[in-house]
Design a protein around this ligand. Structure first.
Ligand code: CA
Length: 221
């Protein structure tokens, strides 16, 4: 897994490089936006950890340029606690996750594992299951031929279940699929989203498996 680290803080970036290499990542590191854009133009990375507060051009500009060029690389942004506006801008521009400094190394590693799994899931862009058609690129859904408006978290939850139609998921597994999408961990979160999905797609769309959790329902056309 080739990871691109863009971070100007020398102490932090050298610590991260050691830890990431120990976790079996191949790490490429630069400390400015200019160097990042140049490296991205000439290299293929599997994922990127991007500090937003960089000297000169900030990290947001890197993300913007990247997405404008159609580069789908998963990006986790690092930002200061008081930089909420930057964080939101980052997510709107297509960042996949964020961490607020200071953060625990273990949390960064856990989130990178989620990004890697999601990246593997993104290789297939269309998913069709009975009357359900999902487009992973545009996050759009058609149900019985009609477009259905889903919130991003509803989409991610539905995708997780639709990709494994035989599998019964417990709540913790479903929560993990939403992890990194800015969702809190209230214990009823999953039930709330399932409720929304049933309201939009019909009660049969998601089956409750008593004592275990949920699986995708019978979506016959
Ligand atoms: Ca910085």
């Amino acid at each position: 897994m080739r990871l691109f680290l863009v971070e100007d803080d020398e102490l932090l970036s050298s610590g991260l490089q050691v830890a990431l290499r120990q976790a079996q990542y191949t790490v490429e590191h630069v400390g400015t936006s200019e160097a990042a854009l140049s490296a991205l133009a000439h290299n293929d990375f599997d994922m990127m950890v991007l500090d937003l507060g960089l000297p000169g051009i900030d990290g947001i500009a890197v993300l913007k340029a990247l997405r404008a060029a159609g580069n789908p690389i998963p990006v986790l942004i690092l930002s200061a606690r008081d930089a909420t506006r930057d964080r939101i801008a980052g997510l709107d521009l297509g960042a996949d996750d964020y961490l607020i400094k200071p953060f625990e190394l273990d949390e960064l590693l856990a989130r990178l594992r989620v990004l890697a799994r999601r990246r593997n899931g993104h290789q297939v862009n269309q998913l069709t299951l009975g009357a359900l058609a999902m487009d992973m690129g545009s996050l759009s859904v058609r149900w019985r031929g009609e477009p259905v408006e889903l919130q991003r978290l509803e989409f991610m939850l539905l995708k997780q279940m639709a990709e494994h139609p035989q599998r019964v998921f417990n709540r913790a597994q479903l929560e993990e699929s939403l992890y990194g999408w800015g969702e809190g961990s209230e214990s009823n979160t999953i039930d709330v989203y399932v409720h929304h999905l049933r309201r939009k797609l019909g009660p049969e769309a998601i089956k409750t498996v008593r004592g275990v959790g949920y699986r995708i329902g019978d979506l016959a056309a």
